[in-house]
Design a protein. Structure first.
Length: 103
């Protein structure tokens, strides 16, 4: 699993039938800032993921990849490689809050 920020969306009018009706989002993986360890920073990479929780632009989300991406009821028979499985409220590292959705 990894943390990511939703940065955009993908619209595809031509796709396999099983993917019709599934929202596709673009996310940028996040990591703890190695210099200060007090915040999350982007990795400058992007992934297309299937949204199973109703995430929106700018939200921090929890992602699973590979075979785990097909273990949700919504994705078990889909040709997907990455799935959003949660919207993050906060992240605590070494007893310090490095991310809070409330701020």
């Amino acid at each position: 699993m990894f943390l990511a920020k939703v940065t955009g969306s993908v619209v595809s009018t031509q796709k396999v039938r099983s993917m019709v009706g599934h929202k596709l989002l673009i996310v940028e993986p996040l990591r703890v800032d190695p210099a200060t360890r007090d915040r999350l920073v982007g990795t400058a990479r992007s992934f297309v993921v299937v949204d199973t929780v109703g995430a929106g632009l700018g939200e921090t989300v929890l992602i699973v990849q590979g075979s785990s991406a097909r273990l949700t009821p919504e994705t078990e028979k889909l040709p997907v490689d990455a799935t959003i499985i949660g919207i993050v409220d906060s992240v605590n590292v070494e007893n310090q809050i490095v991310f809070s959705a409330r701020e």
